[in-house]
Design a protein around this ligand. Structure first.
Ligand SMILES: NC(=O)c1ccc[n+]([C@@H]2O[C@H](COP(=O)([O-])OP(=O)(O)OC[C@H]3O[C@@H](n4cnc5c(N)ncnc54)[C@H](OP(=O)(O)O)[C@@H]3O)[C@@H](O)[C@H]2O)c1
Length: 358
């Protein structure tokens, strides 16, 4: 085990990223040390740097998605051993953030062993996207922050919403794709039995999204009115749930328009639905998901999702998203985040391999 590692450091709020050498930490009794084989980039990473949100302590290490191999476990850790291949959600503090070569994680739901059919690169693309979609729709036990549907990965959950329609705006995004890596909200919705599953995307992604379970793919450039017309041609049933995996004011307002009168709009960003619109439709609810497996109110659903994840991946019910591995290890992150910021990434997760850093 080396005593030093490479890390991509954000030295100050809204400052610049720089590669630095820092010590490799040792795990405490309830922690695991993981060698990060792959780390995936998320829009939140560039937003933290650009807007100074989320993190208050600097220098900071970012990165929420990772996959790697357990290098050492603390004396009290029961569920993992050295050599386990795990995927995990980090990013809560410098120790757990994935833009470095080794992370320290608390043992528990944030880490999960995955099957050998899934590569480290694919596994790294799963945690945040899957969590946001799965918990936003199916955190059944949470007091809020979810549509609270019954999880399809729990006993009795499969097919529970058979013949109920759902719309997922932004099916080609990581969250829409549903963990991209894993499943895409489209795949989970299919598991739950929803039909039709209508999504929006650039037309070039239509075949991909149909292969994941979407029954209809509508052009993302449709106006709100045109979207309403197109979904009405597909089904006359009311939409009790619409999942907005994009979260822009335009997509949220389009989603709200097509929602049933007592329906639930789950969105990945802060509520941006017009107040006048809400006043006219007081029964419609807008729910912002916080797709973190570590949030206490998601704990029960997150734990059952993590327990089921390996077999869901093995049986192909959840498929990893397409990944693009950036060259240069951690050095590839800065330009990758620029591409995310400029909307230059379509239906793919950008991934780096930290140990390729020179
Ligand atoms: N609340 C949470 O817990 C949480 C978790 C993760 C992400 N997020 C947020 O969710 C958003 C998406 O994140 P992500 O990682 O999924 O992003 P991403 O994968 O980088 O999203 C890119 C995709 O978004 C699609 N897209 C963009 N605008 C669209 C529109 N108007 N209609 C339909 N599709 C559109 C594009 O589809 P085409 O290629 O088909 O054009 C593209 O493939 C970000 O704002 C992120 O910060 C929130």
């Amino acid at each position: 085990m080396p005593s030093q590692q490479k890390a991509l450091i954000l030295r100050s709020k809204q400052g610049e990223f720089a590669l630095e050498d820092i010590p490799v930490p040792a795990p405490g009794p309830h922690q695991i040390l993981v060698k990060v084989e792959a780390a995936a980039l998320n829009p939140l990473d560039w937003k933290i740097q650009a807007f100074g949100v989320m993190r208050e302590t600097y220098p900071a290490i970012l990165g929420f998605d990772g996959a790697g191999v357990v290098e050492a476990v603390g004396a009290e850790v029961q569920d993992l051993v050295k050599g386990d291949r795990i995927l995990f959600q980090g990013g809560h503090d410098n120790n757990s953030s994935t833009f470095q070569q080794y992370v320290l994680l608390p043992a528990g739901v944030s880490a999960k062993v995955f099957p050998s059919t899934v590569t480290y690169d694919e596994a790294a693309s799963i945690p945040v996207g899957l969590s946001a979609a799965a918990l936003g729709l199916f955190s059944h036990y949470a007091p809020s922050g979810s549509a609270k549907l019954y999880p399809p990965w729990e006993e009795g959950g499969r097919g529970k919403y058979v013949n109920q329609p759902i719309v997922i705006l932004g099916g080609a995004s990581s969250v829409g794709h549903y963990g991209t890596p894993v499943v895409s909200s489209i795949q989970l919705a299919e598991l739950a039995g929803f039909s039709p599953i209508i999504t929006t995307a650039s037309p070039r992604n239509a075949d991909l999204l149909k292969s994941l379970g979407a029954t209809h793919v509508l052009d993302r450039s449709l106006t709100a009115d045109a979207l309403g017309v197109e979904v009405a041609k597909i089904t006359s049933q009311p939409f009790e749930v619409v999942f907005d995996a994009v979260g822009l004011p335009a997509t949220q307002n389009s989603a709200f328009d097509i929602l049933a009168q007592e329906g639930q709009l789950v969105t990945v960003r802060q509520d941006a639905v017009g107040e006048a619109k809400k006043a006219v439709h007081p029964g419609k609810r807008v729910i912002q998901v916080y797709g973190s497996l570590a949030v206490p109110y998601h704990h029960k659903a997150a734990a059952s999702l993590c327990a089921a994840l390996s077999s869901l991946l093995e049986e192909g019910a959840i498929k990893p998203m397409r990944v693009e591995v950036l060259p240069g290890g951690l050095a590839g992150i800065v330009s990758g985040l620029e591409r995310l910021k400029d909307n230059q990434v379509s239906a793919a997760k950008l991934v780096v391999r930290p140990h390729e850093t020179r």
